[in-house]
Design a protein around this ligand. Structure first.
Ligand code: B4P
Length: 187
């Protein structure tokens, strides 16, 4: 059983690492970014509401994202754990998650904060070439991160569950560090 929250700036490697760890632990990788992009691709009601926020680099409104995550965490495959990638992204989302987990009598093992230098982040995202990876949107995503997501580092530090990982290292090295952290916490 493993429940993790991945926190970090845009392009920090949360999705990259979550995919690898989820596969080795056989647990779902729950990325709000991926779920939202899927809704946009399907052109469903949620996707139509979310796309304008995503294209501008803004956070999608809590009312939409929270419902999405509530439904996902209640699915059967989440019984054995999960990795939350990109949620929560604000103090209000973190508080909602605490309430949600309490209501289903679950908690998370710890929160991993991926620390990466800003210049490296910009280069990574420009190299990735997703629809929201243009320079204007990237700049706005960093501002939104500083304003709304960065305060979560203190929020989780105060709860004593924050682990900081150097996300500047090569992908395989970051994975190794994460696996060591998990092994240590389970020993
Ligand atoms: P996300 O999909 O979460 O996008 P991200 O933060 O840019 O991605 P991530 O950190 O996972 O980077 P990745 O591994 O791909 O969010 C997109 C948008 O969705 C948001 O702007 C927002 O609008 C909306 N949204 C999502 N969640 C929300 C929420 N909770 N509330 C409201 N709105 C929400 O890595 C990036 C690149 O770096 C890749 O190309 C990868 O190959 C490379 N890379 C990774 N690790 C590396 C390493 N160690 N070294 C070198 N390169 C590396």
């Amino acid at each position: 059983m493993l429940r993790l929250i991945f926190l970090g700036p845009p392009g920090a490697g949360k999705g990259t690492q979550a995919a690898t760890l989820a596969e080795s632990w056989k647990i779902p990788h729950i990325s709000t970014g991926d779920l939202l992009r899927q809704a946009v691709a399907e052109q469903n009601v949620l996707g139509k509401q979310a796309s304008s926020f995503m294209d501008k680099g803004e956070l999608v409104p809590d009312s939409l994202v929270i419902e999405l995550i509530r439904e996902r965490l209640n699915q059967l495959d989440c019984q054995q754990g999960w990795i939350l990638d990109g949620f929560p992204r604000s103090i209000s989302q973190a508080q909602t998650l605490e309430e949600l987990l309490q209501s289903i009598q679950k908690t998370y093992d710890f929160v991993i904060y991926f620390q990466v230098e800003t210049e490296a982040l910009v280069q990574r995202m420009l190299g990735r070439g997703r629809q929201d990876d243009n320079e204007v949107t990237i700049r706005r995503r960093f501002e939104v991160y500083q304003e709304q997501t960065f305060p979560l580092i203190d929020f989780y530090r105060q709860q004593g569950c924050l682990k900081i990982v150097d996300g500047n290292a090569p992908v395989a090295d970051v994975t190794k560090t994460l696996l060591e952290l998990i092994a240590l916490s389970k020993s």
